[in-house]
Design a protein around this ligand. Structure first.
Ligand SMILES: *[C@@H]1O[C@H](CO)[C@@H](O)[C@H](O)[C@H]1NC(C)=O
Length: 94
């Protein structure tokens, strides 16, 4: 059974901080692909990046400051040099 657990619900940060959104997952797939999405006030879910095995892809606008590191149980999202416009809901899908 596939399962995602984003245990931190709300996170606050100061501009310029590095923020990590912890997220664990469980899946029956040996080599799952995990997708991070960003949702802003307009409600649109924007694909940010995905991770699989030892690889992954990032959309251009997220390449510089958004990174995710994947292991067998977790795929935390790190946002560097955070700014006001990063205020959003972040979703992990697997
Ligand atoms: C996977 O990463 C998480 C968060 O970085 C860490 O807590 C966990 O111990 C790691 N698990 C494995 C199997 O390496």
């Amino acid at each position: 059974q596939d399962k995602v657990d984003q245990h931190t619900r709300i996170q606050f940060a100061f501009e310029g901080d590095t923020v990590t959104i912890d997220c664990t997952y469980q899946t029956a797939y040996a080599n799952p692909t995990l997708f991070w999405y960003q949702q802003k006030d307009n409600g649109i879910l924007k694909h940010m990046l995905n991770k699989f095995a030892k690889s992954g892809n990032s959309e251009e606008e997220f390449k510089e400051r958004f990174h995710a590191s994947l292991n067998k149980t977790a795929v935390p999202l790190t946002i560097q040099d955070v700014c006001v416009s990063d205020s959003a809901v972040y979703y992990l899908l697997c």
